[in-house]
Design a binder for this molecule. Structure first.
Ligand code: DGJ
Length: 551
């Protein structure tokens, strides 16, 4: 009897092992208002940086870089794994470089987001192995009006199958060597896909597919989401008469925009099949990234046509539903506007590539504080000129201290990001019974003369009359937005740090450190006291304020 029970228990354990293991894997989880990345069972904020494209291909080259990444206060490194290095001979995989990277990342207590440079990187197919490059008959290329591009066609079964096998081998290997440590927390599938140089592939395969009816899965998605489609996407379908079936040109009208939808669908299906094969081996969160439309681009093909653009989110959701996130690479100056575009359609924000430096500081605070991003990552992090005292070092130092509170507030509400420039120098934030006004840091006597270019920060509500704010070059004032006494004064302001998660106050701020103006008649008429939070340095600091109201 006892042995039967033992056998039963053993069988039960075996049956549940995959579930137990999966519960410990990094995953995305909906928590209140946010979708968050869970690592080792807890919400995790990616304070990341992406290496230059070729850095991670050499363990030797990376040796002096790891300590710098640590000095910058990164907790996660985004690093390339390329198909050509992984499968130099068909069916023979070489994991040496990857295994070295895992060992080194663990040594520095850093997590990894791996970037699978497979069929495409920036729209090109430069990272496919030599045996794929050379065999262009087996692995067909895309054709532009101008000729054959060095780009795999999305329409070839041989192409997607070869990439799938390699990607699945990578994920299987990760399961074998990393599922206990969770060094790798997420994977980017391909890089900035899309066709450059034309609005669609004009190979024979592509022409045949373009002449066929729009696939039933896409039509079904359009019908079932008719009322919630993003306006720019819906408009195309509407203009062609909301048809329930037909060729691409019948359903969406003829032109480059329809070509883009056709390309987007085929890239999305291709990548979805990769994600499916990879997750079947090892179900880490997986995302795809977009080279977003630049101001000088006139038509699809000037930017990679068919990529997961903000205006294509519906199409990508329909075609690549297994991908967890459609992520923008944001180098443009209008950072918050791009984030805004990419949080539509229930998309979770992650910014795998963006700027470092002073702009990076503001972007990180905005993405995380305003748009509930799971993290931020400047590109080319290995060439940060000042790892021990630069903007990224200071930004991540503060964001690391605040991470537990930020993650809690992302889920439960009561958080806002601040992103200010000279041309966008005021931001109103409603939190609880207060309206906060954030402005660029100002000189008390002559605000205009201060000349601050950029201010940034985030604010979290800790209690009915208590806030915690962090930022640089920014000033925050408070006004009442509920009935009752309308003047808001500062009961106390502390600057401080979180040491091992515990608030540790430094100076008690008062006097010049909180006073921003003495024109009392004007200020009082506006129900202002002339005091507020003043973040005078470019590097971020943290302040905690208690307010009171009077009449
Ligand atoms: C975007 C790409 O995704 C990166 O791999 C890199 O090429 C950068 N552009 C260069 O700025």
């Amino acid at each position: 009897m006892i042995s039967k029970i033992c056998i039963l228990l053993a069988l039960l354990c075996l049956a549940f092992t995959p579930f137990l293991r999966a519960a410990h894997l990094p995953r995305l989880e909906k928590r209140g208002a946010a979708t968050q990345l869970i690592v080792d069972g807890k919400p995790f904020l990616i304070l990341g940086g992406e290496l230059h494209n070729s850095s991670a291909s050499s363990r030797e080259y990376m040796k002096p870089i790891w300590p710098k990444l640590k000095q910058m206060n990164l907790n996660t490194v985004l690093a390339v794994v390329s198909w050509d290095q992984l499968e130099p001979v068909e069916g023979k995989f070489d994991f040496t470089v990857l295994d070295g990277m895992l060992t080194d990342a663990r040594r520095y207590d850093l997590r990894l987001v791996l970037l699978w440079f497979g069929s495409w990187k920036n729209g090109q197919s430069h990272y496919v192995p030599g045996w794929v490059k050379a065999d262009y008959q087996r692995f067909p290329r895309a054709r532009l009006k101008a000729g054959t591009a060095e780009v795999l066609s999305t329409l070839s079964e041989a192409n997607v199958e070869a990439d799938r096998r390699a990607f699945a081998a990578l994920m299987k290997h990760l399961r074998e060597v990393d599922s206990r440590q969770n060094t790798v927390i997420m994977v980017q599938v391909e890089n900035e896909v899309g066709l450059l140089g034309d609005s669609r592939d004009r190979s024979e395969l592509a022409n045949a597919a373009f002449a066929r009816p729009v696939p039933a899965e896409l039509m079904a998605y359009l019908q079932s989401h008719k009322d919630s489609l993003l306006p720019e996407f819906r408009k195309l379908w509407e203009a062609a008469g909301f048809k329930a079936a037909g060729t691409w040109e019948e359903v969406f009208g003829a032109g480059a925009k329809t070509d883009e939808i056709f390309m987007g669908w085929n890239y999305a299906r291709y990548l979805d099949r990769l994600v499916e094969a990879g997750k079947a081996e090892y179900p880490l969160p997986m995302f795809v990234n977009a080279w977003i439309v630049q101001p000088e681009d006139k038509t699809p093909g000037d930017y990679p046509c068919g990529g997961p653009q903000g205006h294509m989110l519906d199409l990508w959701r329909a075609g690549a539903p297994k991908a967890d996130i459609y992520a923008p690479d944001i180098y443009l100056p209008n950072f918050p506007a791009v984030c805004e575009e990419f949080v539509r359609n229930e998309n979770t924000l992650f910014v795998p590539e963006s700027r470092g430096g002073v702009q990076g500081m503001a972007n990180a605070f905005s993405a995380i504080g305003q748009f509930r991003s799971i993290g931020y990552s400047p590109f080319g992090i290995d060439s940060d000129p000042d790892p021990t005292n630069g903007p990224i070092h200071h930004t991540y130092e503060v964001l690391a201290q605040l991470a537990p509170l930020i993650l809690e507030h992302q889920a439960e509400g009561g958080i806002a990001g601040i992103w200010l420039t000279q041309s966008n120098s005021t931001q109103l934030i409603k939190l609880g019974h207060y309206t906060l006004t954030a402005t660029l840091r100002a000189n008390r006597r002559n605000a205009a003369a201060d000349g601050t270019e950029r201010g940034y920060g985030l604010v979290m509500q800790l209690g009915a009359d208590e806030f915690l704010a962090a930022g640089g070059n920014v000033q925050i004032t408070f006004a009442a937005n509920s009935p009752g006494p309308q003047y808001v004064g500062l009961a106390s302001v502390e600057e401080g740090k979180f040491v091992k998660g515990k608030w540790t106050p430094g100076r008690l701020l008062n006097g010049d450190e909180v006073m921003y103006g003495y024109k009392m008649a004007e200020l009082v008429a506006q129900r202002q006291t002339g005091t507020g939070l003043r973040f005078q340095s470019a590097n971020p600091t943290i302040q905690r304020v208690k307010l009171y109201r009077y009449e």
